[in-house]
Structures are given as structure tokens and as C-alpha cells.
Design a binder for this molecule. Structure first.
Ligand code: ADP
Length: 186
């Protein structure tokens, strides 16, 4: 099963993807995680990506596309994937369509976790205290939400137009939300 997971920062995409991958036995691919590990390893890509991430801006499309192309070409992706954090704008959505068309492995479902902004700001403030992620400060969180509204929200429409979108209520217990996601996959 080839799945794209959509939703604002703090909507629980990472948590849900980690559970879902065990249910459906496909790898969880998070561009945020791939980028954070490139930053930690101080690779050339990580060095370029870092300042964008620290400001809550999107890392330039061509950098992320290279990363995702490499990851989707790996052998463990044969049974499918859960993509988390990609695509994040319409250009990325189109680039992904092209890439997957070439690989003859189109997206089968786009799951969007819906959580209101007030709830998100609370969740991310808590995560900032617990995990200390450098882009969870209030100012950067506000910018990430703005970037989401302006650039990423239209990606849902892209998948809706292709008849692939399912919207999931992202409020509730982790288990309940995971069940809703699994139900949406049919
Ligand atoms: P969140 O969804 O909570 O914002 P992520 O871990 O998905 O967290 O992303 C963290 C940061 O990594 C983003 O703010 C952005 O700078 C960068 N990033 C992740 N995925 C992409 C992407 N597809 N395109 C551009 N930048 C990305």
C-alpha cells in the first residue's frame, strides 16, 4: 500500500505513521527525520537544510526531492510506503506524481489528519518542553503553521481532485485515531 500522510505540524503524523507501518508492514518515510539526520551528520545537504528548518521554512524542493528519490528507490519500498512530511507544496506533489509514475507505483491513498490550530499550538508547546526540538519555539511554530496554511494545505486539494483523499479527525486517543486511519484504508 502506497500512502501519503497529510496534516499540520503537531497533528500527530509521526506518531500515527509509526503505528500504521506495523499494521500494514511498509516502511515509514519521514522527510523531517531524514533531514534532521542529515543535519546531525553534517552532510552537505544537512548543512544547506539547517537554516531553513531552524526558521520553520521549507527546505528548497530540489534538495528534498533528491532525498526522497533516493529513499523511494530502496529495496524495502517494494511493498509500499507511508510518506510523512512529503509532499509539502504543489510543486512537490507534482514531482512525486512524476517520480512514482516512472516507478509505476502511484500513490493509492492520501490520509489527512485534521486538528485545529489552537490544539496544535498547545501540543507543540508541550513537545518543546519534553523534547527540546529546536524548531518548536513559539515563533518558529507560528511560522511553520503559516507555511502549512499557505503552501501545504493546497496539497490536500490535489489529492482530492485525484479521488485519493480521506480526511480523518485527529482529535482523540492515539489508538482511536490509528483505527480511523486503518478504517480509511479499507
Ligand atoms: P512538522 O510536521 O512538525 O513541521 P517535520 O519533521 O515534518 O515536522 O519537518 C520539520 C522541518 O523539516 C520543516 O519545518 C521543514 O523545514 C523541513 N521539511 C520536512 N519535510 C520537508 C519537505 N517535504 N519539503 C521541505 N522542507 C521539509
Amino acid at each position: 500500500m502506497r500512502i501519503v500522510l497529510l496534516g499540520p505540524p503537531g497533528s500527530g503524523k509521526g506518531t500515527q505513521a509509526a503505528l500504521l507501518k506495523d499494521r500494514i508492514k511498509v516502511p515509514h518515510i519521514s522527510t523531517g527525520d531524514l533531514l534532521r539526520s542529515a543535519v546531525a551528520d553534517e552532510t552537505p545537504l544537512g548543512r544547506q537544510a539547517r537554516s531553513f528548518m531552524d526558521r520553520g521554512e521549507l527546505v528548497p524542493d530540489e534538495l528534498v526531492l533528491g532525498l526522497i528519490e533516493e529513499r523511494l528507490g530502496a529495496a524495502d519500498v517494494q511493498p509500499g510506503f507511508i510518506l510523512d512530511g512529503y509532499p509539502r507544496n504543489l510543486a512537490q506533489a507534482r514531482a512525486l506524481d512524476e517520480l512514482l509514475e516512472r516507478l509505476e507505483q502511484p500513490v493509492e491513498k492520501a490520509l489527512e489528519l485534521r486538528v485545529d490550530e489552537e490544539q496544535i499550538i498547545q501540543r507543540l508547546a508541550r513537545r518543546a518542553e519534553e523534547e527540546g526540538r529546536s524548531d518548536d519555539t513559539e515563533e518558529v511554530v507560528r511560522n511553520r503553521l503559516k507555511v502549512y496554511r499557505e503552501q501545504t494545505a493546497p496539497v490536500s486539494e490535489h489529492y482530492r481532485e485525484h479521488g485519493l483523499l480521506a480526511e480523518i479527525d485527529g482529535i482523540g486517543s492515539i489508538e482511536d485515531i490509528n483505527q480511523r486511519l486503518a478504517d480509511a484504508l479499507g
